[in-house]
Write a protein that binds this ligand. Structure first.
Ligand SMILES: Cc1cc2nc3c(=O)[nH]c(=O)nc-3n(C[C@H](O)[C@H](O)[C@H](O)COP(=O)(O)O)c2cc1C
Length: 229
């Protein structure tokens, strides 16, 4: 009986349980991600640094699209399920990726808080207004982050992983967020952009500032934009 149970669990590991999420009315469709960069992975690894000083230069929607795809985009489909740019324990994908945008800091989209829908490669706007400075205050006063044209926030919903892995699911969620973060760093470098990474923040203040669902725990904040010359 125990043997059958283990076989079932192993099989479940190959069959993700998260169904495709369709785009909602009013979503912003993102441009198709590109698959060719201008620098090698090795060059991106060599030049990657935490950037804390951003120029005021606007990002294109194509650049934001590429960053989001690198963070958590769909790269393969197996049956009705999607596999992504990051590995995920049991392919349960407990992360959500949010983009915080200012007024005219990313072309073609309004200021606000957007949730990335990887399956539809689209953005859902959750809230309006430029919340980057408030986010900087929630990050223990690291206001420098608000000068980036977009600030990516990675959240984790532990329950999605805990359903299979119990309390270990929390650790797996945190580990996965590091994979997404490094993808953002490397993709930013490949686009000639820079990224920062912030773990020092008051969770509840980030949740409140961005109007996040309570189950989506903020894990990492990553400002992305052009560096200062
Ligand atoms: C989990 C984590 C949390 C971090 N939190 C902050 C932060 O709150 N503020 C900050 O300026 N840098 C933060 N950093 C960036 C580190 O200070 C930085 O990675 C380190 O100094 C090495 O520099 P490098 O990334 O440029 O190679 C964080 C890095 C990690 C991995």
């Amino acid at each position: 009986m125990r043997k059958i149970h283990i076989i079932l669990i192993m099989a479940a590991g190959l069959l993700p349980v998260i169904p495709l999420k369709p785009a909602q009315a009013g979503d912003v469709s993102l441009p198709e991600p590109g698959l060719k960069g201008s620098i090698s992975v090795e060059e991106a690894l060599k030049s990657r640094r935490t950037n804390r000083s951003f120029s005021g230069r606007t990002l294109s929607l194509e650049q934001l699209s590429q960053i989001l795809w690198a963070a958590y985009g769909v790269t393969a489909r197996r049956g009705g399920y999607a596999l992504k740019t990051v590995p995920s324990a049991g392919a349960l994908y407990p992360l959500d990726i949010y983009a915080v945008v200012g007024a005219q800091t990313v072309s073609k989209i309004e200021a606000g808080v957007y949730r990335y829908n990887p399956e539809a490669h689209a953005l859902t706007r959750l809230a309006g207004g430029d919340r980057r400075e408030d986010l900087g205050r929630a990050a223990l006063g690291q206001i420098w982050l608000s000068r980036a044209p977009t600030v990516i926030v990675i959240t984790g919903e532990y329950a999605r992983c805990e359903v299979k892995y119990g309390s270990r699911g929390r650790n797996y969620t945190l580990m996965e967020s590091g994979c997404a973060a490094q993808n953002i760093f490397l993709q930013a470098e490949a686009l000639g952009l820079k990224a920062g990474i912030i773990g020092a923040f008051v969770d509840g203040n980030v949740t409140k500032t961005l109007g996040l669902p309570p189950a989506h725990e903020p894990l990492l904040i990553m400002p992305v934009g052009y560096g200062q010359d």
